[in-house]
Write a protein that binds this ligand. Structure first.
Ligand code: NAD
Length: 715
């Protein structure tokens, strides 16, 4: 043994080859935390001191090769100044440079996922052999940063600037065939043959059959582009990436700047430019926000796994009541993810509609080559449309998705409870009705909870699992486990009007209606909020949700929280409703919608709509952008804070993710709590005072005031 630690071992194999094997003890994956980086330094000291070595083989003892840097270490690091952050990359770059400069060749066997730092160590090796089971990539820009361990330096020299920028800017995982074609790896092997082929490659290089020194010179020299070629290349690629990334995500453009600035530099100088770029990005709020989202997502994943473990039974057969927009979507998603589902309605037309929706979605997948016609047949066959309860005694969960009417739902739930076993879980997809109240219709309220999907079900990642007063852990556990199987992100919340997402969305719409009342133009509000990062402004969003649905839900919210959500005036949205302008569903709302050639509704403005508003819209005047942002965002943020304080949601991280996945809150802002931390509670308090005249929705909670006084933050 040349070197051994809890992170890695280096041992001598036959033929004087040293094998560096990463196997981080106590963890299921390899990652580069500070301990692994230090251990690699110590291991390389030992390796360099060992005489007679002719080649280095790099391997992993896990099914994953390397997941890259330990992201949890970024949170404290990114709070530091640029000057303090810059040296962070140096120890690992020194390690990789030492591997790249060994007096003998090196080869790596990439057996599983190798991303971020995991790929960068591979790039430092002379030869790369990739398993057919592996994926490689540099996903750092998805976290708002750039690859800081030689990724921007070595990759473009290996596969060319265009390809390298595409890999880094999209952050996408690359499959073995694409990696081989690009020249990022030298060979692809089956998992069984991987080690032998890598060793054979290494031996061939040791024997002089492969020129490893020539490869090193290419990887560490200037980019092979003359000035004109460079100008053309960088100009074109900047235009393309700039357009795709948009101004809110600076990392991809920074990557290009770094590659361009370092194109004629030595490796050392290039790594210095890279470290500068890394530190620049790491100090942006976008990086903090995106790293926060990544960590929140991990927390949610862990919680979901915890619930899965608690579930007494896996859902193997499901049922949905109601084959409408939501029921049809739920049936599709369940079947598509491998859980057969009965779809019950009271009308044959309903069933036909639900099936044709599923058919449309599946046909699209087949047309795009993402599914075989056989698989499509299997999925469709696992949706069992029915007008009766036959077979309901063999289902593990029933999701109720009938019309949003409390009386109807009460009757339907009581009826279905008689058809299922004592052990079956019953969940309602209601958007506005109290889970605790609905449970009063049941003999076994402990088996009942909310399972609130978002429209369209196949595309929206979030599911709120709602715990009523009598809901048992077992019911929550099985429902979360089913949501996981369906490929959804489940956030467990307590019952209250609007649950979590709608409860905070409606104060935002309330802010919108007040802005209109005070003379703002709805198109101007949409524009400002879209520039701020929302995928659609509030008027457009209301049209997509459905004005009728919006008005109904607003009434429920007003009854639930009259002090903050009772408008006290007739809102423009109500006027739209009275004029039968229901939004996209009937082609007319705030905007009008005309289908384009592909049948997609195109949003247009018909000025006549302004004539309908009456007193609900004040005399039109221009508003300052910041005023629009504050008046829209404040009520939403304060209501979310209330939800956290009341324990409706357990953590700020889950609340932030729910808004990202449920309504498309801009990821580069990291979530509403993250946004409040970024602008600071003092600024939130100042805006709250400025708009105090707009009512209680703008008033800070006691806890927020205390946080301000104590200088506390949510993260
Ligand atoms: P929908 O009107 O499209 O579909 C309702 C279906 O239920 C119809 O096919 C109807 O025939 C059927 N139905 C009525 N009574 C029934 C009964 N006794 N047994 C079986 N089927 C019956 O409605 P939707 O938009 O799909 O909404 C369904 C539920 O999902 C509602 O509770 C709604 O609040 C909720 N939801 C809707 C959305 C949305 O954006 N549409 C989003 C989240 C949640």
């Amino acid at each position: 043994m040349i070197y051994q630690s809890e992170q890695l071992t280096i041992r001598r194999l036959d033929g004087d080859i040293a094998e560096l094997n990463f196997d981080l003890q106590g963890d299921s994956v390899n990652k580069f935390n500070q301990a692994v980086v230090s251990s690699l330094t110590a291991g390389l000291d030992a390796l360099e001191a060992e005489s007679g070595i002719k080649g280095l083989l790099v391997t992993s003892g896990k099914s994953v090769f390397f997941v890259g840097a330990d992201i949890t270490e970024f949170t404290p690091l990114f709070k530091a100044s640029k000057g303090e952050i810059k040296p962070f990359t140096k120890p690992q770059n020194d390690n990789f440079n030492r591997i790249a400069a060994l007096p003998y060749p090196s080869a790596v066997a990439i057996n599983g996922i190798a991303v971020g730092g995991g790929l960068e160590i591979c790039l430092a090796c002379d030869f790369r052999v990739m398993s057919t089971a592996a994926r490689i990539g540099l996903p750092e820009t998805k976290l708002g940063i750039l690859p800081g361990w030689g990724g921007t330096t070595r990759l473009p020299r290996l596969i060319g600037v265009d390809e390298a920028v595409t890999w880094i800017a999209t952050g996408a995982d690359q499959r073995p065939d694409a990696a081989l074609k690009a020249g990022a790896v030298d060979a692809v092997a089956s998992p069984e043959d991987l080690r032998d082929i890598t060793l054979a490659t290494l031996q061939h290089a040791i024997d002089g059959g492969l020129d490893y020194e020539g490869r090193r010179a290419r990887k560490h020299g200037p980019l092979p582009l003359n000035d004109t070629e460079a100008m053309m290349t960088f100009f074109t690629i900047k235009a393309m990436v700039g357009q795709q990334a948009g101004k809110n995500y600076p990392a991809p453009m920074k990557v290009i700047d770094v590659i361009e600035a370092a194109r004629n530099m030595s490796l050392e100088e290039a790594l210095d430019v890279e470290a500068d770029g890394f530190a620049d990005l790491a100090t942006t709020p976008v990086a903090t926000a995106l790293v926060g989202v990544f960590l929140a997502d991990q927390l949610l994943g862990k919680k979901a796994k915890g619930w899965e473990k608690k579930a007494d039974k896996k859902v193997e057969q499901a049922a949905v009541l109601g084959a409408g927009i939501m029921g049809g979507g739920i049936a599709y998603q369940s079947a598509y993810k491998g859980v057969p589902i009965k779809m019950k309605d009271i009308a044959q037309e309903g069933l036909d509609l639900g099936l044709s929706e599923a058919n449309k979605l599946l046909s699209k997948r087949v047309a795009r080559g993402r599914m075989t016609p056989e698989k499509m047949g299997d999925v469709l066959n696992s949706i069992d449309p029915t007008l009766s309860y036959t077979g309901f005694d063999a289902v593990d969960i029933v999701v109720e998705a009938v019309v949003e009417n409390e009386k109807v739902k009460g009757i339907v739930l009581a009826e279905v409870e008689k058809e299922i076993t004592e052990d079956t879980i019953l969940a309602s997809n209601t958007s506005t009705i109290s889970i605790t109240r609905l449970a009063e219709n049941l003999q076994r309220p402990e088996n009942f909870c909310g399972m609130h999907f978002f429209n369209p079900v196949h595309a929206m990642p979030l599911v709120e699992v709602i715990r009523g007063e009598k809901t048992s852990d077992a019911a929550v556990a099985r429902t979360v486990a089913y949501a996981n199987t369906m490929g959804k992100k489940a956030v467990v919340v307590k019952d209250c009007p609007g649950f979590l997402v709608n409860r905070v969305l409606f104060p935002y719409f309330g802010g919108f209606n007040m802005l209109l009342r005070d003379g703002a133009d709805f198109t101007a509000v949409d524009k400002v909020m879209e520039r701020w990062g929302w995928p659609m402004g509030p008027a457009y969003l209301l049209d997509v949700v459905g004005i009728d649905t919006g008005v109904h839900a607003a009434e429920v919210m007003a009854a639930g929280f009259p002090d903050r959500m009772q408008p006290g005036f007739k809102s423009a949205t109500e006027v739209m409703f009275e004029n039968k302008r229901y939004g996209q569903k009937n082609g007319k709302g705030y905007y009008e919608y005309v289908p384009d050639k592909k049948g997609k509704p195109q949003k247009t403005l018909n000025e006549e709509v302004y004539g309908l508003f009456g007193d609900s819209a004040g005399e039109r005047r221009e508003f300052d952008k910041q005023e629009i942002i504050d008046r829209m965002m404040l009520p939403m943020a304060i209501e979310l804070a209330r939800c956290l304080e009341e324990g409706i949601v357990e953590t700020a991280a889950e609340a932030d993710l729910a808004m990202l996945y449920g309504v498309g809150f801009p990821p580069f802002r990291g979530g509403i709590f993250r946004w409040m931390d970024t602008v600071g509670m003092a600024a939130i308090a100042e805006a709250s005072e400025k708009y105090a005249h707009l009512g209680k929705a703008y008033e800070l909670t006691e806890t927020m005031r205390k946080m301000l006084a104590n200088g506390e933050t949510y993260y």
